[in-house]
Design a binder for this molecule. Structure first.
Ligand code: FES
Length: 210
């Protein structure tokens, strides 16, 4: 469920089902995002507009978004990236178009196979004790200088996330792992070549909506 909070210059929206409690809001602009408030916990006019924009850009799950009231469009992301979180989800930032979920700039997508909110992470990796390094070895990259543009994410039925568009896969530390324009990313949690799909989802009988 998404709820919007309107200020004088900016509307901030919060989609609770995407939130993974990364706490970028409370850490970077606690005066706007007061998680202990009795009433509305988001108060756009309690800080600068730029602070609200910065928090929305930092919010890895995409739960917090903003719209300027003067209708200035949200700038495109220059480099589409997917960061591999150790023992956790893939954190995507880019000009995302996630099939059946629309456009966004940030999203944390399940890669342990346990989320009940697939394709989004719901934190189930913690209880499920999912273990996977964020520091995988570098793989061969496509020779392209393109980094932006639309990134389409298609969760395949009972299979991986099929991603088309310019994308940099990055280790948790930010190191480049692979640059490409077409990739299948594991979301069953069992690939021996994470974060890439190696077909293991078939042998383990992984099921997920497309
Ligand atoms: S989705 Fe995990 S191996 Fe294919």
């Amino acid at each position: 469920m998404s709820r919007s909070y309107e200020g004088q210059h900016v509307i901030i929206s919060f989609e609770s089902r995407k939130c993974i409690h990364a706490r970028k809001c409370a850490q970077n602009a606690p005066h706007i995002f007061n998680v202990n408030a009795d009433g509305d916990w988001i108060q756009p006019d309690k800080g600068e507009v730029q602070q609200a924009i910065d928090v929305a850009n930092l919010c890895p799950s995409g739960a917090i978004t903003y719209q300027l009231k003067n209708n200035t469009p949200t700038p495109e992301v220059k480099v589409n990236t997917a960061h591999i979180w150790e023992n956790g989800p893939l954190a995507l930032r880019g000009n995302l178009n996630i099939e059946n979920h629309g456009a966004s700039q940030n999203a944390t997508l399940c890669r342990c196979g346990l989320s009940r909110k697939k394709p989004f992470c719901d934190g189930a990796h913690i209880k499920g004790e999912f273990q996977a390094t964020g520091e995988v070895d570098a793989a061969e990259s496509e020779s392209t200088e393109q980094t932006g543009g639309q990134l389409n994410v298609k969760p395949l039925k009972d299979g991986p996330l099929y991603v088309t568009g310019n994308l940099e896969i990055c280790a948790g530390s930010g190191r480049l792992v692979k640059r490409g324009s077409k990739m299948a990313l594991c979301r069953c949690g069992q690939s021996n070549n994470k974060p890439f799909c190696d077909g293991t989802h078939k042998s383990i009988g992984f099921t997920a909506e497309g």
